[in-house]
Design a protein around this ligand. Structure first.
Ligand code: ADP
Ligand code: MG
Length: 729
């Protein structure tokens, strides 16, 4: 082991868990300690203001500027009691992180002194010079004004000395420049469309909420080892590294005992998450070594998205306090599983019904099937878009590999639900029509038997699986902002439910009884969306061919997949639901392509540097040693014997020469290919050039580096190896 490597490995090996002091109270007592939740609103706001604010939050009433000052005053008082000195508008630009600009609570008091000030105006809206955030050309830098505006549906919270105000981020001209603004619009659209459809069954439903329960997977790596791997540090993944002899073959990590240093980190993270009102619940080891998962109880979608963004930054911070770095990249290590973020999604009413859960009566089940089938239809019609919504340069490594959902969107329903749908599809129209006409909603619909959905009926290869009372969108990447997937999914379902209602209403107007009209359209949809249903092995070769025959989107190139955002049916979908317009979609795609290009570009540069500064010099140094040895052998043995004895070393010398020659040549070629690609002005074409010409070179170069790692004397190898990165606690 090289000295550097030995030192970091040695240190990592001996690190003790950081002691985490548990709060004296129980979680129920410190939950939401740093959140301006209802309890605090009630305490710190005049009762009239409280009532108005609750109306804004619950019913989307307009935020009256006159109450904003009062709200700000109450917030400030609460925050200052916690020692807070600054506030920030916290928003989600089109990078995968969050952004904040901190301002102090101070203003001149007019008498030469300062006073703590925080007005309603500052709470509600801020002008942000966001010219350096990605905007896809929506704003030119000389017209860089954008606004951040408070989202009252996500509560304000305190981190350290700062009051964080969740906001949307929009251009001066109104286009959204973030994830939250379109998400809120998508949620509004699905609420409206779903309420309308609910009214076929329950007229008292006033609101439908989309729920999201994410499952965050991540890796932990010792900080010292991480620092000795420039590729991890700069790109979030290892660009080289031979597989360890032992990795996940034995599956001994999954659900295994959590190592003490990691357990301390988790405990710390959970306490701080709970204090921030994030209802974390589940933790366990994942399949790969050093891989873990964290999941909260599901929440309203917008809040769940904010909480996921918050927890990712919390994880980064807390990991460092424990001498770790958290890796949120979808594929930090080759040859072992990557990380995803399953998005458990469902719809529920203000009357307490989970619309994706089967009920007891046949009418409840008809409602359930209505929502399931419409969801399937939406996923079918927009399967390409859904794939685009989860696609990124980093997630591309995970999709299509034999561990994560394949790069084709399909849906697994399980045997029972499949049977119900098949049964409904087969029964005759006349029978159903007459049933519907004779009796009303109370009627027993024989096509829909009592449903007992078995939760254990699972298929791990399905990207969009039904799991008992929800759908699980599994293709989402660990690093992603869930909002991207949630915008696409909720909008698609909103559009679909609207179309469904139109068709049903038309039949009813023509005199068809309601139940029969519903069944009629549902049956049509069951037939139409059949291609999206797939219960088999999503990794298999046959499925790729079958999916292509079915007309599902089978594209695998990330930049080309983004084209789905600009297809006419996508634009129609986003515009008809008022979620985004063509201009916004175009701008956002420019950002996606640009981000893709930059990520590959950075990886290519980092790999080039590492190769020339670390790999090749070390390999050549070792090679020289061997050459030296061969010469010396000649001086002590007769020529023939020396030749025989040195044969092995000579072979290694040759192999090193071949590998290094190949590597150097490829690195040069890669630089040239980058030069060519960089001249392309169109973002899409540039991204495609990076995908087609440069990305494959990274793998080719890596192959030879990994071979060298096996050959070169371990004592000389400077970069921590997989076996050290992955197995040290
Ligand atoms: P798994 O067995 O799939 O790993 P987990 O317990 O890790 O399950 O995570 C399941 C997630 O799904 C949790 O966040 C849970 O709260 C969430 N969930 C459960 N029911 C629903 C629902 N109806 N809608 C949305 N999310 C749900
Ligand atoms: Mg889980």
């Amino acid at each position: 082991m090289s000295k550097l490597r030995f030192n970091v490995v040695e240190q990592a090996f001996h690190k003790k868990p950081v002691e985490v002091v548990s709060p004296e109270k129980r979680p129920s007592e410190y939950f939401g300690k740093y959140v301006f939740n209802r309890e605090k609103m009630f305490k710190y706001l005049p009762s009239k203001v409280y009532a108005k604010l609750v109306d804004v939050i619950d019913n989307g009433a307009n935020l009256d500027r006159s109450i904003a000052d009062e709200v700000a005053k109450g917030m400030k008082k609460w925050a200052m009691e916690l020692g807070v000195t600054h506030y920030t508008h916290w928003f989600q630009p089109l990078t995968e992180g969050t952004a904040e600009k901190h301002d102090a609570f101070v203003e001149h008091d007019g008498k030469g002194g300062m006073l703590e000030e925080f007005s309603g105006k500052l709470l509600v809206q801020q002008e942000a010079d966001g010219s350096s955030f990605p905007n896809g050309g929506v704003r030119n830098t000389f017209e860089a004004r954008g606004y951040s505006a408070w989202d009252p549906s996500s509560p304000v919270f305190v981190v350290d000395d700062t009051l964080c105000i969740p906001t949307i981020f929009i251009a001066y001209t109104g286009e959204s420049l973030d994830y939250k603004a379109p998400l809120l619009k998508a949620l509004r659209a699905v609420n409206k469309a779903a309420v309308d459809v609910c009214h076929y069954f329950n007229t008292d439903v006033k609101k439908v909420v989309a729920y999201l329960g994410w499952e965050q997977e991540y890796f932990l790596v010792d900080e010292g080892l991480y620092a000795a791997r420039p590729d991890l540090l700069l790109t979030g993944r290892t660009l080289m590294g031979h597989e360890a002899s032992k990795n996940q073959q034995l599956e001994d990590h999954y659900f295994g005992a959590i190592p003490p240093r990691v357990a301390a980190f988790m405990k710390d993270l959970e306490i701080q998450a709970l204090e921030l009102g994030i209802p974390v619940k589940t933790r366990h080891n994942e399949v790969a070594p050093n891989q873990f998962e964290l999941a909260p109880i599901y929440e309203e979608c917008n809040l769940a998205v904010d909480h996921n963004m918050l927890i990712m930054s919390l994880m980064r911070k807390i990991a460092r306090n424990h001498g770790f770095r958290v890796l949120l990249h979808e594929k930090p290590f080759k040859g072992i599983n990557g990380s995803g973020k399953h998005n458990n999604w469902s719809l529920g009413t203000d009357t307490g019904i989970l619309l994706m859960a089967p009920g007891k009566t046949s009418e409840e089940n008809l409602r359930f099937i209505t929502f399931v089938v419409n969801t399937l239809m939406a996923v079918y019609r927009h399967n390409g878009l859904l794939k685009a919504s989860i696609m990124s340069a980093t997630n591309a490594h995970r999709l299509g590999a034999h561990e994560a959902p394949p790069a084709i969107i399909s849906s697994f329903l399980g045997t029972q639900l499949s049977k119900v749908l098949d049964h409904m599809e087969d029964s005759s129209t006349n029978e159903l029509a007459s049933l519907g006409s004779k009796q009303s909603m109370r009627l027993d619909i024989p096509q829909i038997p009592e449903l007992l959905i078995d939760n254990t009926d699972r298929n791990r290869t399905s990207p969009f699986a039904f799991t008992g009372n929800r759908f699980e969108f599994r293709a989402v990447g660990s690093e992603a902002n869930c909002a991207s997937a949630m915008i696409a999914l909720n909008t698609a379902v909103a559009e679909q439910l609207t179309l469904f209602k139109k068709e049903v209403d038309t039949l009813i107007e023509q005199g068809e009884p309601k139940i029969s009209a519903l069944i009629h359209v549902i049956r049509k949809y069951i037939k139409a969306c059949k291609p999206i249903r797939f219960d088999g092995n999503g990794y298999s070769e046959e499925w790729q061919q079958e999916a292509a025959r079915r007309g599902l989107d089978c594209e695998t190139s990330c930049p080309v997949i983004f084209d789905n955002y600009l297809k006419p049916e996508t634009i129609q979908m986003f515009e008809s639901t008022n979620v985004m317009n063509r201009k916004e979609l175009k701008a956002r795609n420019e950002v996606k392509w640009d981000t893709y290009t930059k990520k590959i570009q950075i990886e290519a540069r980092v790999l080039g540097d590492l190769v020339m500064n670390h790999i090749v010099p070390v390999a050549i140094e070792y090679q020289s040693k061997l050459v030296d040895n061969v010469y010396k052998m000649k001086s002590i043995f007769p020529e023939e014997e020396a030749k025989k004895l040195s044969a092995e070393n000579v072979a290694i010398i040759k192999r090193i020469a071949e590998h290094t020659a190949f590597i150097k040549e490829k690195v040069d070629a890669m630089v040239e290919a980058r030069k060519v690609a960089n001249k392309i002005t169109e973002e899409r074409e540039k991204a495609i050039a990076y995908h087609d010409n440069i990305e494959p070179m990274l793998e080719e170069i890596r192959y030879h580096i990994d071979k060298l790692e096996l050959i070169v004397d371990d004592q000389m190898w400077t970069l921590p190896k997989y076996r050290e990165l992955l197995f040290i606690r």
